[in-house]
Design a binder for this molecule. Sequence first.
Ligand SMILES: *Cc1c(COP(=O)(O)O)cnc(C)c1O
Length: 342
Amino acid sequence: MTIHADLRSDTITLPTDAMKQAMVDAELGDDVLGDEPTVIALQDRVADLFGKEAACFVPSGTMANQAAIRVHTDPGDEIITHRQSHIYLYESGAWAAISGCSIRLLEGEGGQFDPEDVDAAVQHDDAHYPRSGLLVAENTHNRGGGTIWPLERLRSVTDAARRHGLRCHLDGARIWNACAASGISPADYAACFDTVSACFSKGLGCPVGSIVVGDRDAIHRVHRVRKLLGGTMRQSGMLAGACLHALDHHCERLADDHRRARRLAEGIETIPGLTLSSTPVETNIVIFDVPGCAEAFSDRLTEAGVRMFSIGPSTMRAVLNLMVDDDGIERTIEVLQELARA
Ligand SMILES: *Cc1c(COP(=O)(O)O)cnc(C)c1O
């Protein structure tokens, strides 16, 4: 059966031929012994991009976030984050299992919140209560629909957190999408935070790889937690080579994913029965509601050659990625029209 478009996630991308060549050509060493030249080059380049002192290359976005959480907290601390954040919903409860933390959840449209919400969530300094230790924000916000934090709003919530003595971490799995769409630099976003995680295996199209940036001390400790979590790698320059290639060749093209996401959203808006729930579409994620059961809708879509996940009883999510072209999106809109009629 022909697959017209695979919109399940931006993680489904296969490395391009040029990326594979970059992996083969990468100069290699042993990262554990500290002489992996391509990993060192990637870490230096990304630390620089984010205006931080250092970076640590890790296997996954989950490890990046959870290593940062472990570094910023003590057991018994409370983390403040949005109720739809990835670290809360989709990381196996690792904040509890690995760092021994509890979590306090904030409300807010599109995965965002205000400084007053942070003020209200921070616990008084009293031995009865968990100590509020860390604020985690997410940009772009996955479950919120690929939304971009306005820089001023982001700064106002991290300023509030700092007034209460909290540390701040940004889950920037899709920070590249935020930067491509807003024109704001990684360093401007990162300036609000002690640490930032970023993924190469999402929109940038790499097979593996994420990174944490921060000051030298924080990254030294992230490096130790990576070892503790079993995330040590050896000739990881093969992977870092793909990431360097992606930074050179796959950042600007994210604008194409964003344009196609808007086109898909326009198409969905004209189809009776389908309702966009993420408007306006800001980056590469489109969330919409269908009449009836989303899981059944997803099965029918698959039969018609369009792959998409349901993320709620009647909610679907489409994620644009570098394997989907203009044609794929036009076919997707046609298939949605046919299914909505049926
Ligand atoms: C995918 C994702 C992660 C985790 O990345 P993995 O590499 O799958 O562990 C973290 N945060 C957000 C917002 C994500 O979308």
